[in-house]
Write a protein that binds this ligand. Structure first.
Ligand code: SF4
Ligand code: F3S
Ligand code: FES
Length: 252
């Protein structure tokens, strides 16, 4: 595709609960440069055509996770989709699925964060703290490295068909964040988290659809993380690493 200014037709699903009984599509014409991202295009609509358009964004650099939306039918961060990579000159933009729409592209993230909070996404260790930091070997750190990269954008959970059908399903993002602590050798609450996830609305609702992995903007192996939690539940083994060996490895 030539790197020239493109004339885009931008179709955005709009919904204002104060005036609309149902969502509808609006169409806008926008000139975009090849280096523009879809976020720039949507902001051009807001700043030059219709300032009533509601969207969420903050960092504009793929870090905060706040501008997840469905672009051409696929969950993505609008700030990470370059105009020059769009297959044609028409873009469809709509809110992520499965969460209540507050207005236009802004959804209510509370149900998503309630699921996240339900898995205890924080380090639990009541043992007396060591005089220096809690040491951890490179191997022990590597066990959960992938799941530390989550930015809680909700792309995965809102691309998951079982979640669309059952909002009580805790969802892949919550499981990713449980994984991050279950397999952390410094944590002492793995059993509690596994108990929470050992439920029809926990990991067993996952049908290995893989949409979550396909859309994760951080390229986290989401389905693999879920499988590791399932395996830990079946075997009762989180593969604890011998603490003394770990201390020696970290100190060497
Ligand atoms: Fe977003 Fe990936 Fe985290 Fe899911 S796992 S919330 S897609 S960063
Ligand atoms: Fe859903 Fe991902 Fe499982 S899309 S069904 S959580 S593999
Ligand atoms: Fe922060 Fe896109 S605006 S990730």
């Amino acid at each position: 595709m030539a790197e020239t200014t493109r004339h885009l037709t931008v179709r955005i699903k709009r919904f204002d609960p104060e005036t609309d009984s149902a969502p509808h599509w609006e169409e806008y014409q926008v000139e975009a440069e090849p280096w523009d991202r879809v976020l720039d295009v949507i902001q051009k609509v807001k700043w030059t055509i219709d300032d009533g358009l509601a969207l969420r964004r903050s960092c504009a650099h793929g870090v905060c996770g706040s501008d997840a939306m469905r672009i051409n039918g696929r969950n993505q961060l609008a700030c990470k989709v370059l105009v020059k990579n769009l297959p044609d000159n028409t873009i469809r933009v709509e809110p992520i699925l499965g969460l209540p729409v507050i207005k236009d592209l802004v959804v209510d993230m509370k149900p998503f964060f309630d699921h996240y909070k339900s898995v205890m996404p924080f380090l639990v260790n009541d043992e007396p703290p060591p005089t220096t930091e809690r040491l951890q070997s490179i191997a022990a750190r590597a066990r959960f490295d992938d799941t530390t990269k989550c930015i809680l954008c909700a792309c995965c959970t809102t691309a998951c068909p079982p979640f669309w059908g059952d909002r009580k399903y805790v969802g892949p993002a919550a499981i990713v964040n449980a994984h991050r602590f279950i397999f952390d050798s410094r944590d002492r609450a793995a059993a509690e988290r596994l108990e929470i996830l050992n439920d029809a609305e926990g990991v067993w609702r996952c049908r290995t659809v893989f949409n979550c992995t396909e859309v994760c903007p951080r390229e986290i192996k989401v389905t693999q993380a879920i499988s590791e939690v399932k395996r830990a539940l079946l075997t009762g083994d989180v593969g604890e690493i011998d603490a003394s060996a770990e201390t020696a490895a970290a100190a060497s």
